[in-house]
Design a protein around this ligand. Sequence first.
Ligand code: ADP
Length: 604
Amino acid sequence: MLQFSPYLVLIGFSAVISIFLAWFFWQRRPAPGIGSFVTMMLALSCWSIASALQLAVTTLAGKAFFINLVLINVMIATASWFLFTLSYTGRDGWVTQKSVLGLTIFPVLTTIAMLTNDYHNLFWTSTSLTASDGLITHIFESGILFYVHTAYQYALIVAGQFILLRSVIRSPQLYRGQIGLLVIGALFPLIGNIIFLFIGTPLPDYFDPTPTIFLVTGICIGLAYYRFRLMDIVPVAREIIVENMVDGVIVVDREVRIVDINKAALKILGKEGKNVLGQPLLNVWEKQREALMQFRGVEQAETEVNLIVNNEPRTYQVRLSPLRDRHGNLTGRIGTLTDITTLKQIQHKLEDARQKADEATRLKSDFLATMSHELRTPLNAVIGYSELMTSGMVGDLSEQHWEYTDRIASNAKSLLELINDILDISKIEAGRMELKLRPMHLSTWMNELVVQNQVLADNKNLTFTIEIDHHLPETLIGDADRLRQIAVNLLSNAFKFTNEGTVTFQILKHDSQLWSIIVTDTGIGIPPHKQETIFNEFQQADTSSTREHSGTGLGLAIVRKLVLMMGGHIRLQSELDKGSTFTVLLPLITDVPKTENLVVGVTS
Ligand code: ADP
């Protein structure tokens, strides 16, 4: 036969909430101590259910059975609480099979004492039934073992409390809230139980409110987990990672009060101890008020600031990131300060060195430009006079004299060619090469080139084909002289390195943005490993001393620099013994630019 009491509803309600909390947090594992927490909640619900059934049954044996069940669950709940506090405060290492087994010894002994009470009456000195409020209730007089059992339970709860309290004292502000919540949570059942057992409540004796009060503990832990996202950050992790970081870390709330700060940041601030917690950052760091003001209202930033730390100027990289709650609302900001002083010093040194190197290059180019210019004048005289002599205008020369004078002239011409190339290169490097962008008539420009180069084709009996794309506008904007220099270099190479076949010269429209100058030959080709380097100064594919082709190795370097200056690029396709194709792609400009002369310096 069962009896009903309104208290049953209350107890049932606690049981349901405990089960719900157990389920809710089980879903969110793994988190520190979640296993113990869930066990505790399940024990609480069993405690509530057993306590409800104890009230509902009317026989003494029935009541004794459920009271025993209640006590077993009490023991499970307190042991789990204790284990939870250990895991939560980072003492996971203590939660071993051995220690868990150790914790079960006492409950097992207690259970044996309870079940064998009829033989010794040390747990309950007497058990009887009585009637109160129209219900059949029990009167179990507590014996010595019951008090031992109760004392042990209190000891476990208090030990857990103590562990948590130590953690509160040691942990930074950020985590105090959550651990504090746990401590308060655990006080409820303790105080409630003491009142229930020793002082008395207006509630009837047969109703044990402890599991209901214990529920408050569960809810507090739940809140601590949920509200403070304990699953994501535990104090231990913070302790290990944040506190020992070389970078300074400062967490501020929405009102820019310091919520958390690590050792490194305290050092930067020139403060000691954590009494800065809770203080407005602006007050704490009065000296850097100005530097701080730039971050006012800024959620995210990455910048460099110069600070005086320990009377030394230092540079820090500051990274500011917003902290948000689950709904995306700003809850605070986290700032990290990375000391980049050494990095900056190295950067400055590098920059200095680069500037010096640039300056040296400029001086070298200046020197070369001047020298080349000075050399050209006497060389032109040498060429002029020797040509005068070979032309017979200064009288007859013997055959030998004529030959020697002719050699003087041709060597002087090679030298002049080299000097001209060096002059061009150094001009470009010194940024003194000017591009004169003007309208140029494409076909006229091309025809002049063909006439100039036809002789090279004829000398070697080569076919010279040309093609001009009629999709190209008649007039383009460009520097006709420099473009001629590019084309002449490519064409003279093509003729130089082709012994039979054809040299093709094309001017095509590449797309709406680009046009191209393409020079193709059926010559000796360039081996793949040389295709990159031949664009560098003084680089030739054939470096042997028996090289049959003369040249300075500067032509392609000049071509590439000029093409880059013009905002274009050059491509090479070549196959050994088959021939080569040089394609110069250039921006297609049809409008006259505002400034007639563009001064562009390219050093690559
Ligand atoms: P140079 O012709 O004065 O040696 P360049 O800079 O014009 O200097 O050319 C560098 C090298 O690239 C040449 O020595 C040659 O080995 C190779 N090269 C250039 N154009 C061609 C080509 N059309 N066919 C084969 N090799 C070429």
